[in-house]
Ligand binder design. Sequence first.
Ligand SMILES: [Zn+2]
Length: 222
Amino acid sequence: MKQLAEGVWRLDEFPRPTINIYLAGDVLIDAGRRWDLGRIRKQTADRELSMLALTHVHPDHQGAAKPICEKREIPLACHEDDVDAMEGRRPVQEAHPRNLYNRVIKRIWEGPPYKVERPFRQGDEIAGFEVIHAPGHARGEVIFWRQADRVAICGDVVRNMSYATTLPGVREPPELFTYDVAENRRSIRKLAELRPALTLPGHGPVISGHEEIERLAEGIGA
Ligand SMILES: [Zn+2]
């Protein structure tokens, strides 16, 4: 695990961070794809865990949620607007569900439904971070924001990775996986307005400073 900020770590992934899972204090943030279960188990084996909190309910963030929560006997938390997706009453991937790529992802990445014991909402506090609702990519997408040192764990509001090359670059999430692009652009603006010192995205390495996010927000006219 690599420490990125006070009390915040990112689980290791070889050869570089692509599907990020963070630990904030004793709260695990996101659960990768189904097959990320092994690395989560191994790397958190000697850590106290009190909860699994999701930035949003998509197949590359909720994949190992059920077995982790069962094995570690911890509650699952996500924004109230994604509870129905996590519990199996709405498709996890709403955008272009019949696209071949999304059908494959559903089959090999997506984890089974699981009870959300701790739904949260705008303004709640998780592991010392404030919940900021930032929908568009997913209905229940959130930014976990810590004002004291201006750290944002932003899920997929922005990514810092090209899916073609896996090299860094601050971009919008792909439209293929985003149910409302215009809404997500408003959420990117929200993130830029926080002026984060450090942004920990769902995909790719840490984004230092707010300039790149600001440029993206301006470029897309959000
Ligand atoms: Zn993602």
